[in-house]
Design a protein around this ligand. Structure first.
Ligand SMILES: Cc1cc2nc3c(=O)[nH]c(=O)nc-3n(C[C@H](O)[C@H](O)[C@H](O)COP(=O)(O)OP(=O)(O)OC[C@H]3O[C@@H](n4cnc5c(N)ncnc54)[C@H](O)[C@@H]3O)c2cc1C
Length: 338
């Protein structure tokens, strides 16, 4: 009887995204989320790695970097058609894995891959999908998934009636998976010979050479639409220089070509974790927060006291950036900060 109660109730499949032989960082948070969920569902966590090569035979393989994580299993599927991502192959493989076992949940990152193939899988399985999940409440069959809507002003709570639950997970929304596991590795074969690959990635274009790697910066001064126009962004650059840091921006600033694309912070830009993140004229939309909220110290400068950025800020300055930033530059220079 006791044994029956402790029996694991199925699996949670987590797609591991990788590029150029490396697991992308945000997958560790996705696995961390899956473990939280597994405790609520009494389920196991299986990381799924799709690749063109036989991973088990490759000593420097992706499997090695997942092997130390506290999960139950690593499932690898290899096929030449999996060399580059395609929604056709990924949805097909995941559907196949779902059909092979008691799968409770399929998790992917809220990334251009996750939000591309998971809706396709949802249609095929005729189940619901919750996107950009950043919290979960309840236990067992009464799970409620949380996500932010209306630019982070409201939290939507979603209960899904169909299973498996398909979820994309907010980037940076959960703590990374713990080390110290010994997951078993299972190689699963899926026949992709009949698949017609209609959507193909042609190439990944790297950001311009000579650009900055914001993920390694320890001080970031970031500017938003509150700067008003391209010329005004110069004060953000000046403050970054005065503090010995790097400048960054929210997406509208990049879209308007005020600064280079590799300076964008957020869900469709960089995920950064500097010692100091100074956000100037940035409202704090969820897509921006997910890229910087793990920074050690966050200072928010905004004229609107209700701006959501203050919700994650260590220190907040309510004021006009055109007055505050020049004063900060002057002070930094006076103190010889840099
Ligand atoms: C799929 C998707 C992906 C996205 N990815 C990203 C992403 O990666 N990164 C990202 O940043 N956004 C992203 N966004 C956009 C995001 O939703 C917001 O629209 C964006 O972050 C807002 O940028 P902002 O804060 O600079 O501008 P706004 O929201 O317009 O905020 C400007 C702020 O400046 C303040 N302000 C104005 N004047 C002054 C002044 N003189 N002094 C002080 N404060 C002032 C205002 O009070 C306001 O809070 C994405 C959206 C979608 C749909």
């Amino acid at each position: 009887m006791e044994e029956e109660e402790n029996k694991m109730a199925g699996k949670i499949l987590v797609l591991i995204e990788h590029r150029e032989g490396k697991v992308l960082d945000y997958n560790w948070g996705n696995l961390g989320f899956a473990v939280t969920l597994a405790n609520k569902l009494n389920a196991e966590v299986s990381a799924v790695i799709l690749s063109a090569v036989i991973l088990a035979q490759d000593s420097a393989s992706l499997v090695q970097s997942v092997k130390s994580k506290k999960i139950n299993e690593i499932i690898t599927v290899h096929d030449p058609k999996l060399e580059k991502y395609s929604p056709d192959t990924y949805a097909y493989v995941m559907q196949n894995l779902v059909s092979q076992g008691d799968i409770q949940v399929v998790v992917a990152g809220h990334t251009s891959i996750g939000w591309d193939f998971l809706p396709k899988l949802a249609v095929r399985l005729n189940v619901g999908l919750v996107s950009e999940v950043n919290g979960v409440e309840g236990e067992g069959e009464n799970l409620i998934f949380k996500r932010q809507v209306y630019n982070g002003k409201l939290v939507e709570k979603v209960r899904v009636k169909s299973k498996p639950y398909l979820l994309t997970v907010e980037r940076g929304g959960f703590p990374d998976i713990e080390e110290g596991g010994t997951p078993q590795v299972s190689n699963v074969s899926v026949d992709l010979s009949q698949i017609e690959v209609r959507t193909k990635i042609i190439e990944y274009v790297k950001s311009e050479k000579g650009g900055v790697d914001l993920t390694k910066s320890s001080i970031i001064v970031s500017g938003g639409r509150g700067l008003g126009k391209k010329e005004n962004f110069q004060i953000v650059k000046d403050l970054a220089e005065a503090l010995g840091g790097d400048y960054a921006a929210s997406r509208p600033v990049v879209d308007n070509e005020w600064v280079e694309r590799d300076r964008q912070v957020g869900s469709s830009g960089k995920t950064v974790k500097p010692k100091l993140y100074l956000a100037c004229g940035i409202s704090g939309a969820i897509q921006h927060l997910s890229g910087m909220k793990k920074s050690d110290v966050i200072v928010a400068l905004n004229k609107d006291p209700d701006a959501p950025i203050f919700g994650v800020a260590t220190y907040g300055v309510i004021g006009d950036l055109f007055e505050v930033i020049p004063a900060l530059i002057e002070e930094a220079k006076k103190q010889g900060v840099h």
